[in-house]
Design a protein around this ligand. Structure first.
Ligand SMILES: [Fe+2]
Length: 260
C-alpha cells in the first residue's frame, strides 16, 4: 500500500532554487544527507550552494520526521530516522546496470547497510518545479512475489556475513534476511516476464504531493520524474500491529527458520 497525501507540498525556498539541476550531482544518482552527522554527500556543490542544499534536505528530513510522528501514532518513538536524499536526475532514459535500474519493479534492500529484519519506511515528496509527476508502477502482494522467487534464492554460507563485514562491504552484519532480500531484489529486476506480466498498476504522483510506503514490501518501479526528496525510516518488526505480515516473518515462514 502507498499512502498518498496529494496536497502535502514540501516548499523549496526562493533562495534554494539552485538545487534544481542534475549538475549538482557528483558521480552518484542521488545527493544524500545523514541526519546523525548533518553531512551532505553525492554533490559537486561547494561553499554556500552546498550549504543551501544541506539546509533544504535537512528541513525535508525534519518535516518527514514530524509527519510520521503525527500520522503513524502506533510507531511513535520506534521509528529510527536514517538517511535522506534529494534526487535531481531525470529517471526516464537513464543508462544504468539492470541491478541499479529502478525503472524495474523491485523491493528495497541496501547492499551496504543491512537492516537485520527491520522495516524500511520511506517518505517521498515530488518537488518538480515544472509541475511534472513522478511516475511509479506498484506491484502485487509481497508474499506471492516472495513465493514466486523463493526456489531461486539460497541462504548465505556460514561465515559469509563476517567476511563481508571484515572487508567493509557492509557497515554491519548482513543477516540471512538481508541476504535473501538482496537476492529477491535482483531476481525481480532480472526477470523480464515478471517485469512485463506480473500484477502491477501505474500511479502518477503529482508535483506538490507527498507519499509514504514500506518499500521493503511494496514492489515499486520509478519510471519517470525529476526532483524528489526522500527520507528513510527503520522500524523494528515488534512495533507492528501484525508482524506476521512483515517481509522478515514471511521469508521465515517460507524458509522454515529464523533469519535475523
Ligand atoms: Fe526502490
Amino acid at each position: 500500500m502507498v499512502i498518498v497525501l496529494p496536497d502535502l507540498r514540501f516548499i523549496v525556498a526562493a533562495e534554494e532554487q539552485s538545487i534544481f539541476s542534475p549538475a549538482i550531482l557528483s558521480s552518484s544518482k542521488n545527493t544524500s544527507f545523514d541526519p546523525a552527522s548533518g553531512q551532505v554527500s553525492g554533490t559537486a556543490l561547494a561553499g554556500p550552494d552546498r550549504d543551501r542544499l544541506r539546509g533544504a534536505i535537512a528541513r525535508f528530513s525534519d518535516s518527514a520526521a514530524a509527519l510520521v510522528d503525527n500520522l503513524l501514532l502506533r510507531y511513535r518513538g520506534r521509528l529510527r530516522r536514517a538517511r535522506a536524499s534529494f534526487r535531481p536526475a531525470e529517471i526516464a532514459g537513464r543508462q544504468t546496470s539492470w541491478r541499479k535500474d529502478d525503472t524495474r519493479l523491485h523491493v528495497d534492500s541496501f547492499p551496504a547497510s543491512p537492516v537485520q529484519g527491520q522495516r524500511i519506511l520511506r517518505v517521498f515528496s515530488n518537488v518538480n518545479p515544472e509541475g511534472r509527476p513522478r511516475s511509479w508502477r506498484v506491484g502485487g502482494d509481497f508474499e506471492a512475489v516472495a513465493a514466486r522467487f523463493a526456489p531461486s534464492m539460497s541462504l548465505p554460507r556460514p561465515g559469509s556475513a563476517a567476511l563481508l563485514r571484515a572487508l567493509r562491504v557492509t557497515k554491519s552484519r548482513r543477516s540471512p534476511y538481508d541476504a535473501l532480500m538482496l537476492q529477491l531484489h535482483d531476481r525481480m529486476k532480472e526477470d523480464a516476464d515478471f517485469q512485463a506480466h506480473s500484477e502491477q498498476e501505474a500511479v502518477d504522483l503529482p508535483a506538490g504531493s507527498t507519499w509514504l510506503a514500506f518499500t521493503d514490501q511494496v514492489s515499486h518501479a520509478a519510471t519517470a520524474g525529476q526532483y524528489q526528496f526522500e527520507q528513510t525510516f527503520l522500524l523494528p518488526v515488534d512495533a507492528m500491529l501484525d508482524e506476521a505480515r512483515s517481509p522478515l516473518r514471511i521469508l521465515e515462514r517460507l524458509n522454515g527458520r529464523r533469519l535475523a
